[in-house]
Design a protein around this ligand. Structure first.
Ligand SMILES: Nc1ncnc2c1ncn2[C@@H]1O[C@H](COP(=O)(O)OP(=O)(O)OP(=O)(O)O)[C@@H](O)[C@H]1O
Ligand SMILES: [Mg+2]
Length: 254
């Protein structure tokens, strides 16, 4: 069974068809890239998976069960975490607090319930902090852990956002353009982290990415969208030479 299966997914905004009959199967443990020109529907697909947009047709199965009618926080609790195309962090809070917040979103004794159930909350808090420190270690951001996020360089902020999603201990991680705005060196760092996420943490990664070098290097499978429809899927070497993909990227009529 696939870990995630998208069936016949169709999404509209007014008259605009953002996704049209999209099928996609994601295997546990793979790096699955979703590529396509601007406006192809990649972020919309992520928004459907994470429950932000409601498709007008189709289904999304996670571990065999439909998540179509679940709310975003329920989908996150099931184990699907994401990062955003535009960084969404609390800029005035520290790195550690941003990562902790990622966990409080998932686990239920939040800061307030702690007043009443302090024993349980204390144990949970210790576990939260341990996990957050593990993620900080993993992403090599120890030096900035107590810094306010808004003051950090953009590339590091992107890494912190990745950390916030990892701190939730997801089964599937959705990354929307994890290297956008990064230089070559920062992009290589992210590519290495994404590979480690797959190999060491054994988390499935679905990644929207415009950097074709990175996609071809690390993806196991690629789905290509254009104007809301899937035009191709396959291994990096199959996709690189696929006539429809080449045409879509060269600005053919599609
Ligand atoms: N909230 C919305 N309201 C109206 N139209 C939307 C909305 N979100 C997306 N769209 C439209 O859906 C289509 C797909 O957009 P989407 O953001 O999914 O593309 P994308 O592949 O992520 O593009 P990019 O590479 O530029 O990020 C576009 O035509 C876009 O204008
Ligand atoms: Mg997008």
């Amino acid at each position: 069974m696939e870990q995630l299966e998208i069936k016949n997914l169709t999404l509209e905004f007014g008259g605009i068809v953002a996704l049209q009959q999209v099928h996609m199967k994601v295997k546990k443990g793979e790096i699955h890239a979703v590529i396509g020109p601007n406006g192809a529907g990649k972020t919309s697909l992520f928004n459907c998976i994470s429950g932000v947009y409601k498709p007008i047709e189709g289904d999304i199965l996670f571990e065999g069960g439909s998540i179509l009618n679940r709310k975003p926080h329920q989908i996150a609790s099931l184990g699907i975490a994401r990062t955003f195309q535009n960084i969404e962090l609390f800029r005035h809070m520290t790195v550690i607090d941003n990562l902790l917040l990622g966990r409080h979103h998932r686990f239920h004794s939040g800061p307030l319930s702690g007043i009443f159930f302090w024993g349980r909350a204390l144990r949970e808090e210790i576990r939260h902090r341990q996990k957050v420190e593990e993620v900080i270690d993993f992403l090599e951001i120890e030096k900035v852990r107590k810094k306010v996020v808004g003051a950090l360089p953009y590339g590091i902020q992107k890494r912190v956002e990745l950390g916030r999603a990892l701190a939730m201990e997801p089964k599937i991680l959705l990354l929307d353009e994890p290297t956008s705005g990064m230089n070559v060196e920062e992009t290589e760092d992210i590519a290495r982290f994404v590979l480690d996420i797959k190999e060491e943490l054994e988390i499935t990664v679905i990644m929207v990415e415009h950097d074709m070098g990175m996609v071809m290097d690390i993806a196991d499978w690629i789905t290509v969208l254009n104007f809301g429809s899937k035009i191709a899927e396959g291994t990096p070497s199959e996709i690189q030479t696929h006539p429809k993909v080449v045409e879509a990227y060269l600005g053919g009529e599609g």
